[in-house]
Design a protein around this ligand. Structure first.
Ligand code: PMP
Length: 361
């Protein structure tokens, strides 16, 4: 098999050991003669691995008892709608921080269902994109919730502070940074994530929701998005994405074996530092995000001469470094370096970049 490093933003690479295990079990899961994707979600075997996956995620994130963990469908965008439908009325205000394209998308979707109000946006700061923390006084205490995205996948903008929102529940879209570092779940109302970056295959979304926010869904909420109905049915009111759930369970076990999110956090920081250092040391490449807001998961960078983009992408692909094209809305390059990406992959990219610069500068 070709030895490649896959920098896709999502669906993204999964740990090699997990993929090998899934392959080994694929057509004969637990000696049943069937694949895990061919058995009923109501069978004892599937229920056991589903519950184990939830427990492992709870352990990894230290999820407090008073939070439900749901395994749903509809991806990140599904939650853009599910959140307002579950925890706000048509007349409520939802507050939003817009740090990039996904949190902007969340505002547009919420605006269909409540009065969505942007209270903070990325600004230009000495030529860098900067996300300031909103003042506590700007957070309307009568709002239904405050939504933000701590890691913007497209823009590579991240922040690790939490808004000082008092009693207004914090809702975080962690699609591209869940499990990349420790978070104090107790400080949030809802954390959600599409699975296809740090958890497993697409088709699954994980929702971690504080119990007092469950049971408030509007009457018109689609049943499959109703947190209370889903929680009562162990996320099996409808047929769940069983294969994705199974694979997520394998990823959680793998993460535990790596030393959990603390170990991941230091490895992720090291990978990101290595890549940003290479970018900063060169005038051939640049990253426009303020150092305080640089994502450790998604690293966008531009070549000083965009005419070289095409050849950079061709040559990097030939070198086995895949999916480095930046999102079409921002152009340039982007290296997504989620948990499954090894430091070897980042070092291979850095060495390719140096080589490319020498040849083309
Ligand atoms: N939020 C973030 C931060 C994302 O990165 C993405 C997808 N890349 C989404 C939301 C949308 O997720 P989905 O495509 O699963 O709806």
């Amino acid at each position: 098999m070709k030895n490649v490093f896959n920098f896709s933003a999502g669906p993204a690479m999964l740990p090699a050991a997990v993929m090998a295990q899934a392959q080994q079990e694929f057509i004969n899961w637990r000696d049943s003669g069937c694949s895990v994707m061919e058995v009923s979600h109501r069978g004892a075997d599937f229920i056991e691995i589903a519950a184990q996956a939830e427990q492992d995620l709870r352990d990894l994130m230290n999820v407090p008892e008073n939070f439900k963990v749901l395994f749903l469908q509809g991806g990140g965008r599904g939650q853009f709608a599910a959140v307002p439908l579950n925890i706000s009325t048509q007349d409520d205000t939802s507050l939003h921080l817009v740090s990039g394209s996904w949190s902007k998308g969340a505002v547009a979707e919420a605006a269909k269902y409540n009065n969505a109000k942007v209270i903070g946006e990325v600004t230009e700061h000495n030529g860098f994109q900067y996300m300031a923390k909103p003042a506590a006084a700007d957070i309307d205490q009568s709002a239904a919730y405050l939504h933000f995205c701590p890691n913007e996948t497209v823009d590579g903008i991240a922040f690790d502070w939490l808004p000082e929102a008092g009693d207004v529940p914090l809702v975080a879209d962690m699609s591209s940074n869940i499990l990349s570092r420790p978070v104090d779940v107790s400080k949030y109302g809802i954390i959600y994530a599409g699975a296809q970056k740090n958890i497993g295959p697409s088709g699954l979304s994980v929702v971690i929701v504080r119990e007092d926010l469950v049971g408030k869904a509007r009457q018109s909420t689609p049943s499959i998005f109703d947190y209370e109905l889903m929680a009562k049915n162990d996320s099996m009111y409808n047929t769940p994405p069983t294969f994705s759930w199974y694979l997520a369970g394998l990823v959680f076990k793998w993460l535990k074996a790596q030393g959990g999110v603390e170990a991941m956090a230091s490895l992720n920081q090291h990978k990101a530092d290595t890549l940003y250092k290479a970018i900063d040391e060169s005038s051939f490449y640049r990253n426009n995000v303020h150092p305080e807001n640089r994502s450790i998961m998604n690293v966008p960078f531009h070549l000083a001469d965009p005419a070289l983009d095409k050849v950079f992408l061709e040559k990097s692909k030939e070198a086995g470094l895949l999916a480095l094209k930046g999102h079409r809305s921002v152009g340039g390059m982007r290296a997504s370096i989620y948990n499954a990406m090894s430091i070897d992959g980042v070092e291979a990219l850095v060495s390719f970049m140096k080589d490319f610069e020498e040849k083309h500068a």
